[in-house]
Design a protein around this ligand. Structure first.
Ligand code: BGC
Ligand code: CA
Length: 523
């Protein structure tokens, strides 16, 4: 089709540290990922998005970046990334990197220079406040605790996330200039675009001046006390500039993590001269709820349709509990995750698969002493944090699940005893596995443009959610029975794929059991 690849791409999210370890140190790395590219090609995805690969203080899973134009030694070096891009290209896979403009690591040279000298030019690239007994205001960090920490000489600095992640001051033109260098550095090395972290609001000086009141954001929006005006005019100027730059490189795209509650506000970031697309988090945030799913899908399609941008659908990522667990866990959660996969992969737009979701991985329980997430530490243990959805990928049924060469080394997060039961090796051979379902669905999605590129109409009848996906010469109906009773779907169409083997077709109708979805081709 003539439309650009990213409009209906299936992008596979790789949490680099947990995907494949090539050198036996228990940490996933670029060479390990490179060795697994044939698996991604076999699975049938179009691109991979790699979570941050950069030198980092390691305080927030790599989202505290100390050098934007380098590779953390844990993962390899720039040549390894270039080799990965070249191998991926040979397999028809595109590589998208993560980029974090909202804040740097406190280990970044800029912040270190600002700590050493309050008058250093780098100091104006952050939000410092003069020494005082109390912080400038009572804003809270998204990770819990105050959004202000003190420097050794008593000054305060702003961090909406962890203290190791000082917020950048985008008023200082040196900040924008450096990020433009970073975009070009990686685009020149053949990457196909960027996933932009915390893309909703880079300019905080107005809020600091005008709204010093209580501010307690949630990760996907604002706290009730203080709705920050995230959607500042200037932030759209930044995305227009980034779009100009990426448009100089063919076949590239930017997908934004715009964590705002209103999809119409989010869609503004994907106007034709801004980011190509951004995530719809509604399916990620809601439980197994027919109206929540229908409303999430409709509102995203309407909002992004109004600006002519595709929606980036996502059911799982490195920040939320695994969907099998979110949907109830065990056989129930697995059945629902299988049905949700067909729903997501039917919708027009791009679909993001989080590594391991194609295996039906559940949320793992990580012992406190093995936890690494600042959300756990800053909540004093009240919140479990995100380690449980970042466990190393199970490749085979040995004890070390094939994550490291011959099972050497202790993986950076402990591997649960039952993890080998989800391994790629066994699921590849099992026609009824989640992996086989994903692989079949991806192949059908590629063969039927109505899936992923159709005109969608969403309807609900009780607990049955139906998406009519109209292509040029075919309509595929995705029917999801989210209820507790088997439903009869009247159709003379053909079942392309069902999320469970217990779907029965008889003359003129299909019996769809609870927590099951089916793709029905109707001319
Ligand atoms: C990322 C999180 C990270 C936070 C701060 C989010 O968008 O997905 O993993 O903790 O930004 O960078
Ligand atoms: Ca390694």
């Amino acid at each position: 089709s003539l439309s650009p690849w990213w409009r209906s791409a299936v992008v596979y999210q790789v949490y680099l540290r947990s995907f494949a370890d090539s050198n036996g140190d228990g940490i996933g790395d670029l060479a390990g990922l490179r060795s697994r590219l044939p698996y991604l090609s076999w699975l049938g995805v179009d691109a991979l998005w790699i979570n941050p690969h950069y030198p980092s203080g390691g305080a927030d899973g790599g989202y505290d970046i100390a050098d934007y134009r380098a590779v953390d030694p844990d993962y390899g070096d720039v040549a390894d990334l270039e080799a990965l891009v070249a191998d991926a290209r040979r397999l028809g896979l595109k590589v998208v990197l993560d980029v974090v403009p909202n804040h740097t690591s406190d280990q970044h040279p800029w912040f270190q220079a600002a700590l050493a000298d309050p008058e250093a030019p780098e100091a104006s690239r952050y939000h410092f406040a003069p020494a005082s007994e109390e912080p400038p205001n009572n804003w809270r960090s998204l990770f819990g605790g105050p959004a202000w920490s003190r420097t050794p000489d008593g000054r305060w600095y702003l961090h909406l996330f962890a203290p190791e992640q000082p917020d950048l001051n985008w008023r200082d033109p040196a900040v924008a200039a450096d990020f433009e260098k970073t975009l070009r550095f990686w685009l020149d090395r053949g990457v196909s675009g960027f996933r932009v972290d915390v893309a909703y609001g880079l300019f905080k000086d107005a809020e600091l001046r005008d709204n010093p009141g209580t501010y307690s954001p949630t990760l996907f929006g604002h706290g009730p006390e203080q709705a920050m005006t995230w959607n500042q005019p200037e932030v759209h100027d930044v995305w227009r500039r980034w779009r100009e730059i990426t448009d100089e490189y063919p076949d590239t795209m930017i997908v934004g993590e715009v964590c705002l509650a209103d999809p119409q506000e989010v869609a503004l970031y994907s106007r034709p001269d801004e980011m190509h697309q951004s995530f719809c988090f509604r399916l990620l945030k809601s439980g197994w709820d027919t109206e929540a799913f229908a409303d999430g899908v409709r509102s995203a399609l309407d909002a992004f349709g109004s600006v002519g941008a595709p929606v980036s659908w996502v059911l799982g990522n490195h920040d939320k509990d695994r969907q099998v667990t979110r949907f109830g866990g065990g056989a129930l959660g697995t059945a629902r995750a299988r049905a949700a996969a067909l729903l997501m992969l039917s919708l027009p737009g791009s679909a993001y698969l989080y590594a391991g979701d194609e295996l039906g991985l559940p949320q793992a329980v990580v012992p406190d002493e093995a936890k690494t997430d600042p959300i756990f530490f800053r909540s004093g243990g009240a919140r479990a944090g995100r380690d449980g959805c970042r466990i190393p990928m199970p490749w085979n049924d040995t004890a070390g699940v094939g994550f490291s060469p011959d099972g050497a080394a202790d993986p950076w997060l402990p591997i649960p005893a039952d993890w080998s039961g989800y391994a790629v090796s066994a699921q590849t051979r099992d026609g009824g596995s989640m992996l086989t379902l994903y692989r079949r669905a991806l192949a059908l999605r590629a063969a039927h443009p109505a899936l992923g590129s159709g005109e969608a109409r969403v309807e609900t009848a009780g607990d049955v959610l139906t998406v009519h996906c109209a292509g040029d010469d075919e309509t595929v109906r995705c029917v999801v029975n989210m209820g507790t009773e088997t439903v009869l779907v009247r159709t003379t169409g053909t079942v392309l794929l069902a999320s469970s083997t217990s779907v029965r077709q008889s003359a003129g109708s299909i019996a769809l059991p609870p927590n099951t979805a089916a793709w029905i081709s109707e001319d």
